[in-house]
Design a protein around this ligand. Sequence first.
Ligand code: AGP
Length: 616
Amino acid sequence: MCGIIGYCGPRRAAPILLEGLKRLEYRGYDSAGIALATPGCTTAGEGADSLGVIKARGKIKDLKALVPPDIAGTTGIGHTRWATHGEVTDANAHPHLDGTGDFAIVHNGVIENFHQLRDHLLAQGVEFHSETDSEVIVHLLARAYQGDLVAALTATVSLLKGTYGIVAMYRGEPGRLVGARNGSPLVLGIGQGEMFLASDTTAILGHTRQVIYLEDGEVVSLTADEYATSDLMNREIRKEVDHISWELESIEKTGFTHFMEKEIYEQPEAIRRALRGRLDREYATGHLGGLNLNSRELLEVGRIVLLAAGTSYHAGMVATYALEELVRVPAVAELASELRYRNPLVERDALYFAASQSGETADTLYAMREVQRKGGRVLGICNVVGSTIARESDGGVYIHSGPEISVASTKAFTSQLAAFYVFALLMGRMRHLSHDQGLRLIEALEAVPGQIEAILAHTEPIRALARRYASCEHFFFLGRGINYPVALEAALKLKEVSYIHAEGYSAAEIKHGPLALITEETPSVFLVPRDGLREKVITSMKEVKARRGPVIALAVEGDQEVARVADEVLYVPEAHHLMYPFLLAVPAQLFAYYCALERGCNVDQPRNLAKSVTVE
Ligand code: AGP
């Protein structure tokens, strides 16, 4: 999943493209490039007959070093790559040109039938310069062009199978860009006398707040002053203009060293935003606008299924414990990528949630569409406003975390929990939860931000622990009950940012095999809050100790018994048993962050990963 961008207007395009690509870099960061054109001349100077392309392996800062500071060109496209087809090389970087050098494209997605198309083009004498699937697009575009760039792109995409967000330009129409979308996000930005295309709004937030979200099967043509959207039958379609509410500052580091650190520290405020206006003390219940379900329909829900991937899946797993306890209906979290191809049984009384921070994760999007195709109702729980899952779901909830830039998701995890808990309270109060129980839950939820602030005010012990253990190459994270998914999440965080091999497990499950991996070099981190499973977890700690495995515990302040068993203890405040997933996640996130720093890793852009996984 790459980041793509396009600009046309009166200003020099290069600095705008480079700044936009820097904001999109969390989508993929192995290589990058730009292509430029200026009405009446080309970037290579008067008389040169091809578009000016500059591209290379490496980060945006490496590309920037290659771009002459005063380079001309007021129309241009750019790309930052997350390789799917073809290694990380200069040739495989985008933009790609056709044989004449007149057409240039950037692409985000996967062209599944590119082999057939490539063979067809090779048979027609086309020469390829890269191993990418994307390059077939520019050759098809050049061959389809008969004076109308929009018609040529429409004809081209009708030959493609797979996913794409494409921006293209032609030397013969220097002030024009065209774009098309299927499966990969593409946003049109409407400026004052200038226009933008980008994979997401973070790339254009500094220039405009007026945007149009393209849907699958839509094509757009733009110049500096006008735009037109059409479908694959070349019929014009009218689109609604949306307004971006995020502040530019929210996508800056604002004094923090890394976005991950900033976003960990933003959790108290993010959770307050996720709860704001959604807790009703008078009726001791929750309110969620946007569900598109009336009370009777909510009452008829007999089963809740959560579809998600990665960290969102772990948040969904935590939610199933809270939903079953508070609502007393069966709740299950499903790996979206697995559910889609399992020919799922969609029951009449089941309510599905598609949980996704980005709202663009292909696995979750396609699983949602599969359930909807089978007549299921799917609500979205998303962070990114206007994202595809948010737009295509049957209703849903925004978690209001604010932009999450670091690839390792942190604040979205706790904000998703907050939104799920409000839903559980709402449903629970419609069933057997008493007014008092509802109130206690509201008080417990409202206490969470302050409890996290207390943890964030005292991080030195976590940092010191990371200094002592960051050289270990293997870790276990172990929890029980509602904290078992938090153990999975803690392991994922450490893996993602520090490249340490870590496994999350139910503390009870390790005696069925993984205990064999316990050595003096393999620390086990136990999540052992004061809940009904505390004793059981302490027993598991002793089993690991007995095999000389180092034991680190995340426990509640003042828990002497745990301190007697564990080698190291990090404390969290005492809380309602359902709130510990919030409180235990934060020291686990910080531990991963500090270990990554100790190991000199690129925290915000871990190798091989990307923030929004828009390919299957
Ligand atoms: C989490 O840190 C990872 N970036 C990844 O697992 C992520 O949670 C997953 O790709 C799902 O993303 P989403 O919430 O945007 O759908």
